[in-house]
Design a protein around this ligand. Sequence first.
Ligand SMILES: *[C@@H]1O[C@H](CO)[C@@H](O)[C@H](O)[C@H]1NC(C)=O
Ligand SMILES: *[C@@H]1O[C@H](CO)[C@@H](O)[C@H](O)[C@H]1NC(C)=O
Ligand SMILES: *[C@@H]1O[C@H](CO)[C@@H](O)[C@H](O)[C@H]1NC(C)=O
Ligand SMILES: *[C@@H]1O[C@H](CO)[C@@H](O)[C@H](O)[C@H]1NC(C)=O
Ligand SMILES: *[C@@H]1O[C@H](CO)[C@@H](O)[C@H](O)[C@H]1NC(C)=O
Length: 534
Amino acid sequence: MRSAQSLRAICSLLILSAGSAASGDADAAIENANHIFNVIHDSMRQWGSSLHHNGVSFFLATVPAGTQLYHGTSKSTPVNGTEWLAFEPEHAMVFARPHRGPPPRQPDEGDDDENDRGHRDELRRRQPHGPGNGPPGPLPHVEAVDENDSGYLHIYATTKDLRLVYIDGMSAAKTTKGTLDSQDVLLFNNTLDDSPKEGQRGPMGESERAKKACEMAENEWDGHIDGVLRMEAGFEIILCAFERGLTPLRITQVKSDSRARGQGGRTNDRHAGPREDDGKRKGPPHGGPGHGSSRWMRAVSARYGGIGGNRVSINYENFVTAFSHDLDLFPEDSPLPRLGHLPSSELDAVRKELTARILAQDATGSPRNWQAITDMIVTRYADELSYLVSGNFTDAKSLHDHIEILLSPFIDYSARNTSLETERCATQFLPLETQDSQLLAARAVHSVAHSVCSTLLAAWGEEELDSAVRTIQALIDHLDWTTWKECRGCEVNEICVVPIWPEGTVSDYENPQCREASNPYEGDGESYWGGMHH
Ligand SMILES: *[C@@H]1O[C@H](CO)[C@@H](O)[C@H](O)[C@H]1NC(C)=O
Ligand SMILES: *[C@@H]1O[C@H](CO)[C@@H](O)[C@H](O)[C@H]1NC(C)=O
Ligand SMILES: *[C@@H]1O[C@H](CO)[C@@H](O)[C@H](O)[C@H]1NC(C)=O
Ligand SMILES: *[C@@H]1O[C@H](CO)[C@@H](O)[C@H](O)[C@H]1NC(C)=O
Ligand SMILES: *[C@@H]1O[C@H](CO)[C@@H](O)[C@H](O)[C@H]1NC(C)=O
């Protein structure tokens, strides 16, 4: 029975590799099927992307026209040029604060870390005239003076479908743990200016990152892309040209925040994390980052399970991942993938594949939502697998009986046949026409479902309880679904706390717990993120 199964596995591998010319190496894709499955399942979710924070994948994403997006700034005039947009106002409000750069400079010149000098010049020029020949609809009420003690929340709506490259994982987190690898190493080929002045000037290279991404969008991607979509504590867009694709709805002055005053540090960092004195503190925070951050974290945790509202649609049939290439992504047993150790020639292939996909983007129907299919598999099996290893089965027979309950829909009791049963179980959630598909998503999902089903059958065949449980535990470790770290039953005033840069401890990562939402990161312990990225 065993050898028939492995023979079948080998055959299907051969069939798959024979049929797939397109994307990367077929063996690598099957080898990494568990990771690719998780890439799909974690995408656009604050929870899974916080735990699997090192993304090595790129998706084509669309934000539909009419979506409201938020920008926080010291300026009360609408933005032209490249800037950041958040999906949640609470995220943007962290940046809605007065500019407090080094005092001797002119207000405008002082803002060295603004990502787009040209945009600032434009702003200066246009200020006396208000928003100019702005977009249709009610113009926001704007103030001519904007460098005073106030911060402003800008609310924009998209006027067209924004075409974005979604860089997965926690790709807006300025860490040294690999969250930036897919940008700094893969997309930008280590050309980011990494000299010591970074950290003093740009907010940890963010202006340069935005500049480079937008240069790529314009040149390498031939204007097909409007910006990039990333995640930190909240999802955000770097939009290359606000004036193309947004209309301002409202610009409002936020409540001034005395807490942030008088620190003398760089508080104009546009994309620091919840703390304002980023770059200085190394250890875990004590007392948390204040009331603003509680507001922020509540909004962020509301999106643990997804950005919601179809505000982003991801093309799961046409994405690019280093996992489908034959690369050594886990050097020195790194728990999460890294790219920095790989020669640029190997990474070029991934970048070229991305460019090719962007340029070839065609409008053939609406792509299937493979994330929804991964959800069906995870929700069906996550608890069942946990239960099987929970220690509640005291003998092999009771364990076998439970596995039989799980698998009985796939068994023809008049003609037992393990390989048929495995395949029926593995294809339960696959739409018929995808079952022989060569699409990366289809192959990865099929392969993972097959592992779940064949492992259950194998455990059923084990006579010893211990070895059956070990077999299932090995599957759980291999699958590494982030669902298994979710808290259960938090109170209404609590959130489930996982490290989100720059907050959180090692134990928050290992074992996330429900915590008081007003002070989610008060726990003591070793910082998960270690030193800040400089
Ligand atoms: C900002 O962009 C709008 C729309 O393209 C344009 O009409 C306006 O002139 C720009 N403002 C400045 C100051 O360049
Ligand atoms: C900021 O400037 C605007 C425009 O002059 C003014 O209306 C507003 O009251 C100022 N805010 C503060 C806090 O001074
Ligand atoms: C990436 O950088 C390396 C080292 O500087 C260089 O040899 C290579 O040509 C670069 N690749 C591309 C595509 O620019
Ligand atoms: C395991 O059994 C104990 C005692 O019978 C029960 O309290 C517990 O809820 C069970 N755990 C699971 C995961 O079923
Ligand atoms: C199980 O079914 C497959 C496919 O129909 C067949 O090739 C194989 O011989 C069967 N195995 C057994 C043990 O009957």
